[in-house]
Write a protein that binds this ligand. Structure first.
Ligand SMILES: NC(=O)c1ccc[n+]([C@@H]2O[C@H](COP(=O)([O-])OP(=O)(O)OC[C@H]3O[C@@H](n4cnc5c(N)ncnc54)[C@H](O)[C@@H]3O)[C@@H](O)[C@H]2O)c1
Length: 383
């Protein structure tokens, strides 16, 4: 296979990011597969107009996803729609035999996620992955290599956070992401949670139990028509988990924080891993800075390293230059296309999230809802 033809279902914020990533595929230097967007489906005319301006003239532009799925040119689809539509559209794509890049939370709830995974089991020929781009930042790729080489020693603690201030303004009009019937009961966990779980889950540090504290901060928002609408999703979530490390057979605390109302944070994804031999931390607030502390007796000092374009998939950009959000999106798509064309991922951390990993997040968030409701520590159901 030398090209992968993609269709997009849901051409909004994330659908446009894919069109942009595909348009600069020439940025990648060592790909054996090219990725092309050959069609898009959205229910809003304005969105379709943007795509019509930016896609080839023979692209399939439609408001009916079934038409896109029936287009024989489409080999894979990216489905980036509100969460209540995940189950129906992901399953339709899988049943049509299209490879799937889904979006988180990969089903609005545990039941929808289980139905999507059951559908995938019926169609083993389909490769399905879930979008999550932050691990492709070069500093996180370095941390990943430290995990692979077991440089941390016994894991003492992991903190993974995704903090926004996008909802700090109580007068920001409501949209589907603030309404449980479209976004789901998980609220901010469904929106931000998979991003914080990706690296720990891929490392094998699965949570055994959880104590969650969830907050609804803004309960009503302007509806855009002069009235107010109930904003019934969780704004902020803090989860304290006991996770197990298969390498050492020990357990350790993991803190997951997902917040839409985090003053001072615009869009900050971060991870800190503390081990007996080494610690590392990274935050997108300082996107090229990696901090590492190695301890072998003697002084304990954090080292600050400026990372450059040390990407999982090499690019034309000079090694000294900065890396950003849209670069991470391009890397993630490179990982998806490469895995489909080569039949396997290049490495553990240069790969997209597996459906089974989304199932872990659903079990975690379902237990977190129960933990908050009862004020107790709840077990996270094993796979
Ligand atoms: N990976 C990331 O960093 C990231 C960031 C934001 C959102 N997301 C996820 O992406 C998905 C979409 O979020 P978004 O921010 O792009 O939302 P969005 O509202 O910007 O876009 C969703 C699009 O889906 C369209 N749509 C709705 N119903 C449809 C239907 N029946 N058929 C076709 N199109 C339909 C809407 O018209 C809209 O254009 C969600 O699952 C969200 O959690 C991921």
């Amino acid at each position: 296979m030398d090209s992968l033809n993609l269709g997009i279902i849901g051409g909004g914020l994330m659908g446009r990011e894919l069109v942009s990533a595909a348009a600069r595929w020439c940025h990648l230097t060592q790909m054996e597969v090219a990725m092309r967007v050959v069609g898009v489906c959205d229910t809003q005319d304005e969105v379709l107009k943007w795509h019509a301006r930016n896609l080839p003239t023979d692209a399939c532009i439609t408001s009916d996803y079934r038409r896109l799925l029936a287009d024989p040119r489409v080999q894979a689809v990216y489905v980036a729609v509100p969460h209540h539509l995940h189950r129906e559209i992901y399953c339709a794509a899988i049943e049509a035999g299209k490879h799937l890049m889904g979006e988180k939370p990969f089903g609005i709830d545990l039941e929808a996620n289980a139905a999507i995974l059951a559908c995938l089991r019926q169609h083993p020929e389909v490769i399905a992955r879930c979008s999550s781009e932050f691990p492709f930042f070069p500093a996180v790729q370095r941390i990943a290599r430290m995990i692979d080489a077991e440089e941390f020693g016994r894991i003492l603690e992991v903190t993974a956070q995704f903090l926004h201030s996008s909802d700090l303004d109580p007068l920001k009009p409501i949209n589907w992401k603030r309404q449980a019937r479209f976004n789901g009961q998980y609220g901010c966990m469904g929106d931000l949670g998979l991003h914080v779980c990706h690296v720990p889950l891929r490392a094998g540090w699965t949570p055994r139990n959880v104590r969650a504290i969830l907050s609804k901060v803004v309960e009503q928002r302007p509806d855009g028509h002069g009235g107010m609408s109930a904003c019934d999703t969780w704004d902020n979530a803090t989860l304290l988990c006991e996770s197990s490390d298969p390498a050492s057979g020990t357990t350790f605390p993991t803190v997951y924080k997902m917040q839409r109302i985090a003053p001072g944070e615009r869009n900050t994804w971060s991870i800190e891993i503390k081990g007996l031999k080494a610690c590392a931390r990274f935050s997108t607030k300082n996107p090229k800075r990696l901090e590492v502390l190695r301890y072998a007796g003697g002084e304990q000092s954090w080292q600050q390293v400026d990372t450059g374009q040390e990407t999982a998939f090499p690019t034309i950009t000079g090694g000294i230059f900065e890396f950003g959000f849209s670069d991470a999106i391009l890397q993630m798509w490179a990982a998806f296309a490469d895995e489909i064309s080569q039949g396997k991922a290049r490495s553990r951390f240069s790969a997209c999230v597996l459906p089974e990993e989304t199932a872990w997040t659903h079990r975690l968030f379902t237990a977190a809802l129960e933990s908050h409701r009862r004020g107790t520590t709840e077990p996270v159901a094993p796979a």
